[in-house]
Design a protein around this ligand. Sequence first.
Ligand SMILES: [Zn+2]
Length: 240
Amino acid sequence: MICLSFDTDHMNADGMRRFLDTVELPGRGTFFLWQPFPDFDWGIHEAAPHPHFEDVRDPVGHFTDYFMELDMAVGSDTAPVGLRTHSCVTSHMISLAAAQVGCRYTSMTTRLGESGIKPYREPWGVWEMPIYYMDNMDFCTATNWPRSGHTPFDETLLDRAVQDDALYIFDFHPLHIALNSPDFEHYQSVKEHVAMGRGNPFDHAHPGYGTRTFYETLLTKMKAQGLESERLDILTPPKV
Ligand SMILES: [Zn+2]
């Protein structure tokens, strides 16, 4: 089971439209919204909140305000089923708050390239749906673990994900797909043009191998196996 999920950080509405119009997405994906995209039609895909935390003292209040801003108010028809915090900020209080505002899942723990990942039941009332692959995590790992021998964009990670029925949640940033980011340095070099939704990152795409190349390689491998992405809300086990 593959879920293509997307953290929309720094994308504006024009950039997201171009993303949906020009970047292939087989099946149904989950988009985590860093800001409201008014009147945006997410079609068959799931849209869910991507709250930014600067102060974690009142997570229930923060979620409630954030959902309202996204037009997904708690208790409404459009109330979100799950969420992913920006930078995957986690705590027991945040998991508990997610459950208290009606979410069934969170997707914030990161298990880069691990086998046998399963949803796990948080004692706080939500399922945690662990992330198998995240683009910027991949290209920052060698810096943080210099003796690990880690090389980014290892296509054996993709081969594993299309081989069996285990859960493989991919977390791509539309920003890094649009920029075709090869590393953190490239992003830093164009940041002033694209951060905070200022410009269109597609106009600053890296010409060599990068995040978009890796994403498209995944799609090719999925296609070869007849696989499509499924939304996180659909893949989450029922609340029992
Ligand atoms: Zn984020």
